[in-house]
Write a protein that binds this ligand. Structure first.
Ligand code: NCC
Length: 273
């Protein structure tokens, strides 16, 4: 394989990823059962400087909080808290991207923990490879639909979207095409999905501790005492390949990766293809 330039990869991301959210207008969701719970229109966000905060243990003692909060928008993942960790991870949350496992398996916590009530929520589910939306609807990886409706009923004013399941596999294809080896046939991590979502919404995206800094650790999350190397290197998700691609796309300095775990990416809107 010939290695594509970062500009060429950015153009692939822009032309091949379908960033749409599921709306009440599309089959099989265009029923009365769904009408009250789904947005009528796709998400629209035009943001300036954005921050993506990985949940990695190396966020601990980073003191990146004020820098993260200085952005126009901040994206966080799954159950990652801000309370008690503001100094290291900041306190703003504009978007929270959660997987379908979190909202089903941890449904009680999801329904009751006020940390989820801020900003816009987006949920994604590991659908089968390039399955159509009807097949996926019959057999999602986690049956999160009831839990989604339940939350929407309780918080009708909070924007909450379901990411269309095509995007993850379009992204996986791009990762595979740009990797020298066969990668595992599992969808990209929430981290990688969140990064490309923000590249679509923002002029510029700073990502923290997706590429580990000098604080790199086997502690999985900054908010838990749980050790597992797979959290950083990947097991189920093709994390290593995601991280290689993000490294290739970095416009920032290598020493910013080392010191702050920081990479800077260009928004997809601003590129010439
Ligand atoms: O751990 P998780 O991810 O919630 O982390 C969010 C994203 O941060 C990046 N990360 C995390 C830890 C680390 N040491 N290095 C990192 O780079 C990754 O990009 C990661 O995606 C997920 O991707 O959705 C994941 O979710 C958890 C879990 O489902 C949720 O936290 C909800 O409880 C998965 N863990 C398990 O299933 C046990 C994890 O594999 C992936």
């Amino acid at each position: 394989t010939t290695k594509l330039s970062s500009e060429e990869i950015l153009c692939q991301l822009r032309s091949r990823l379908d960033f749409r959210m599921i709306t009440a207008a599309e089959s099989p969701f265009n029923t009365s059962e769904w009408e009250a719970y789904l947005p009528k229109e796709n998400i629209t966000m035009h943001l300036g400087r954005c921050a993506v905060v990985s949940s990695a243990g190396s966020m601990r003692s980073s003191h990146l909080g004020p820098e993260i909060d200085s952005h126009d928008a901040v994206l966080r993942f799954n159950g990652a808290p801000t309370r008690g960790f503001q100094v290291d991870v900041g306190e703003e949350t504009t978007i929270r991207l959660v997987n379908s496992q979190l909202i089903t398996v941890e449904e009680q916590k999801f329904a009751s923990d006020p940390q989820y009530n801020f900003g816009t929520l987006i949920v994604w589910d590991p659908a089968p490879y390039h399955s159509n939306i009807h097949e996926w609807y019959q057999k999602p990886d986690y049956n999160f639909f009831e839990s989604f409706k339940h939350y929407r009923k309780k918080h009708p004013e909070q924007p909450f979207y379901i990411l269309n399941p095509h995007m993850q596999w379009q992204l996986w294809d791009i990762l595979q095409e740009n990797s020298p080896e066969d990668i595992q046939p599992n969808p990209p991590s929430s981290g990688m999905l969140g990064i490309v979502l923000m590249m679509n919404f923002c002029d510029e995206v700073d990502v923290y501790e997706f590429l580990p800094s000098k604080r790199r650790t086997d502690i999985c999350h900054y908010y838990q005492k749980f050790f597992d190397q797979a959290c950083t290197m990947g097991a189920y998700h093709p994390l290593l390949f995601e991280k290689n691609m993000i490294k290739h796309l970095n416009r920032g300095k290598d020493e910013d990766i080392y010191n702050y775990g920081k990479v800077t990416l260009t928004g997809l809107r601003n590129i010439q293809c």
